[in-house]
Ligand binder design. Structure first.
Ligand code: C2E
Ligand code: MG
Ligand code: MG
Length: 392
């Protein structure tokens, strides 16, 4: 089983005609490699399968898979661009991995799932352990559903700080799931599962409602930032739902900041633009999260009316050690000031990073240096300590 890496951005950026052509080039390259007795088929959008009978040893499929990876790595010239694709490959061998068509396909698919999880252009053979992993994944999905019913996924709050005077200006709500079965599960683990199995809308609503309710008890100058997944923006009713949650929790819209990632813009720019415009008109602030790690174009940044750019931790990490990171952060700050956007540096852990960022004009920051995400009950204490510190 094969699944292309990087196909979706090609479709989104260059359009479907170019996407179709890329698929044809891929299929042609692969069919030039496969033996005459092999069957090559397209089984989904960017998924393909090969049935190769009569293999002599495991070397056969390994060699075939490697040749496919190499052939696909050659950029595809279409529409004046050199498009880069990769391919993940999962392999199952009959009869050891399955004696029936269904079982063989399912297990090749598991191997592919693993290959995709490990990164671009990876080849994996099926291993029995993969069945156990899939069972865990299924159990986790079940646990997640139960947690949502029990409203057991709650926001913790990480301070956002003005670099001028080190005072707290707001908090970012970060989802926390403490599961009896799995222990503390990181959002990097459960958010993608929620996205895959259609639970992200419900999770997003719960987080937003909880965060707005908490924030309505904070001092009026303290904002709350809530993350939105790109999948949530596909829902046409999102804007209205957010506004009704604000009304229900009595939080003035200007105290809410929504954090979007660049993938939102690649996914469906005009839809994202509509929702963002609707929310901004209501007074909600919009920030672009993890900036510099995705595919947003400068033209998109100009068209969208954002309030803030959050500079990704990976650049902040090396800002005072690596001249190139410094160049990148300076460039982002320049862009932001030209577009009249506020800036916030993520992941500040060291005092020297803070000093560098202040010197080059970053406005706000967030990171372990100021504090990790803490339960809602800690927020008022943090604010009290903060005002005492500034009064002193
Ligand atoms: P994010 O929105 O970029 O959030 C910042 C992440 O960086 C948080 O991880 C935070 O704990 C971590 N962090 C903050 N300061 C530092 C630091 O100084 N050093 C290091 N190493 N890390 C720091 P967390 O809570 O694990 O969240 C990970 C990601 O999961 C978030 O990245 C966000 O994309 C997503 N996420 C979290 N909660 C939600 C949610 O309610 N909805 C959605 N859609 N996504 C969420
Ligand atoms: Mg965020
Ligand atoms: Mg971030």
């Amino acid at each position: 089983m094969m699944d292309l890496d990087g196909f979706k951005p090609i479709n989104d950026i260059y359009g479907h005609a170019v996407g179709d052509e890329a698929l044809m080039v891929f299929a042609e390259r692969v069919s030039n490699i496969t033996r005459a007795d092999a069957l090559l088929a397209r089984v989904g959008g960017d998924e393909f399968a090969i049935i190769q009978p009569d293999i002599a040893s495991l070397d056969d499929p390994t060699r075939l898979a490697r040749r496919i990876v190499v052939a696909v790595s050659e950029p595809i010239q279409i529409a004046g661009a050199a498009l880069k694709l990769g391919v993940g490959i999962g392999i199952a061998i009959a009869p050891d991995d399955g004696a029936t068509r269904d079982e063989l396909m399912r297990r090749a698919d598991r191997a592919l799932y693993r290959a995709k999880a490990e990164g671009a252009s990876t080849i994996r053979f099926f291993e029995p352990q993969m069945d156990a992993n899939m069972e865990r994944r299924v159990a986790m999905e079940k646990g997640l559903r139960a947690a949502l019913t029990a409203k057991a996924i709650v926001p913790h709050y990480q301070p956002l700080v003005s670099l001028d005077n080190n005072r707290i200006t707001g908090f970012e709500a970060l989802a926390r799931w403490e599961s009896a079965e799995f222990g503390q599960v990181a959002p990097d683990v459960f958010i993608p599962i929620a996205e895959e199995c259609g639970l992200i809308g419900e999770l997003g609503d719960q987080m937003l409602r909880h965060a707005c309710l908490d924030a309505s008890a904070w001092p009026k100058d303290i904002r709350v930032a809530v993350n939105l997944s790109a999948i949530q923006l596909r829902d046409d009713t999102l804007g209205l739902r957010i506004l009704s949650i604000l009304a229900e929790t009595d939080l003035p819209p200007h105290r809410l900041e929504l954090e979007l990632t660049e993938s939102v813009l690649v996914d469906n720019f005009s839809k994202a633009q509509r929702v963002i415009e609707q929310l901004r008109q209501a007074g909600v602030r919009i920030a672009l999260d993890d900036f510099g790690t995705g595919y947003a174009t400068i033209a998109q940044l100009r068209k969208l009316h954002l309030d803030r750019i959050k500079i990704d931790r990976s650049f902040v990490d090396l800002v005072c050690k690596d001249p190139e990171s410094l160049v990148i952060v300076r460039a982002i700050l320049g862009l932001a000031s030209g577009f009249d956007l506020s800036t916030l540096a993520e992941g500040i852990e060291q005092a020297d990073q803070l000093a560098c960022l202040k010197e080059i004009g970053c406005v706000e920051g967030q990171g372990y240096l100021f504090g990790k995400a803490a339960p809602a009950s800690e927020v008022l204490k943090l604010l009290k300590a903060d005002s005492r510190a500034s009064a002193a």
